[in-house]
Ligand binder design. Sequence first.
Ligand SMILES: *Cc1c(COP(=O)(O)O)cnc(C)c1O
Length: 414
Amino acid sequence: MSSFVFRKGVLHAEKVPLPAIADAVGTPTYVYSTEALTRHFLAVSEAFAEARPLLCYSVKANSNLAILKLFAGLGGGFDIVSGGELARVKHAGGDPAKTVFAGVGKTAEEMEAALAAGILLFNVESAEELEALDAVGRRMGRRAPFALRVNPEVDARTHRYIATGLKTSKFGVPFEEAVELYARSRKMKGVRAAGLDCHIGSQLTQSAPLRAALTKVAGLYLALKAQKHALEYLDVGGGLGITYVDETPPSAAEYARVVCAATKDTGARLVLEPGRSLVGNAGVLLTRVLYRKQTPARRFAVVDAGMNDLLRPALYEAHHGFVPLVKRRGGKAVEVDVVGPVCESTDVLAKARSLVLPQAGELYAFLSAGAYGMSMASNYNSRPRPAEVLVDGEAWRVVRERERTEDLWRGERA
Ligand SMILES: *Cc1c(COP(=O)(O)O)cnc(C)c1O
């Protein structure tokens, strides 16, 4: 998180003191660093420079238009999972011809929109989806380029809710069925086999599962090539982890070594789908302390950000660092649960932390909140979603306004 540093006891994003943003925009507010976003993107593209992969940022990690525009400007493509994400990519100036479309439940309308936009690759996740894509392609007089997403059946050794390559996962086509499905696709006039795809999970902190999965998938790619399928792309998915607490995920360079070593014999053009590793540590969520509360069992700090703003702790038992924007001098650390205002027992954003007891009115930041933060935010409890701010050096601007109360019932009829 080196773009977020304390200077003279005040937490800054690049050159901007975060309390200034909180005072101007209010809280809760997400703040992102242009410098960090750029550095993370370039770290991956430079680590893979020799392989010249297509770097498709996974939009669902953080879909703000300003972030999409930044990555498009750096030459990035996109990994999308819905028609809505396709529309965002286009609106931000992203190139559909550098965009791949994943997801187990694409509708015919979403397929049509993506094919019309000239998407690079449909990552198909079932036999029935391939048939549906074929029907769409035939209706439009086009051959939709596809890659089967295969399930390599490896344990990514991550939280069970974000592992996607287990035998029991809903994602991908069973590994053994892939050869037959590619063979069947030869008779389909609305699709053409253009690649092979896998994605084993998120927040991967070890390279062994990735190496095992990619070795399997590279073998399958070569077997399909030997059967004269005209594959060009090997999509290795995303999933590279970041440091939230004390995890030591592979560096970009180590990740590139593992991916390239496992896939180099294929001669395929690599597609990468990094999400979290580009944006996670490029963002923080600012919040203000409302109350302190002590029960016979526990001590609480109630803050103005809730699980509707940052869902990860409630959804995945995730840990986000929690620091005051202005460093506290002295004071004894006690064990505190940092909770939000939402009426749910899982609305605990930081559990059993050792902190100098926060005071009402004090500003804090949840760290490492750039990925799967705002993109998962909801209006639960009729709470307007937070504002988003992008910092660039000494400058900053609001890249998404805080929702207004009347936005809460937009489209409703009483
Ligand atoms: C979510 C997702 C990604 C991105 O995962 P990260 O862990 O954020 O890098 C990539 N590919 C697919 C298919 C996904 O669903």
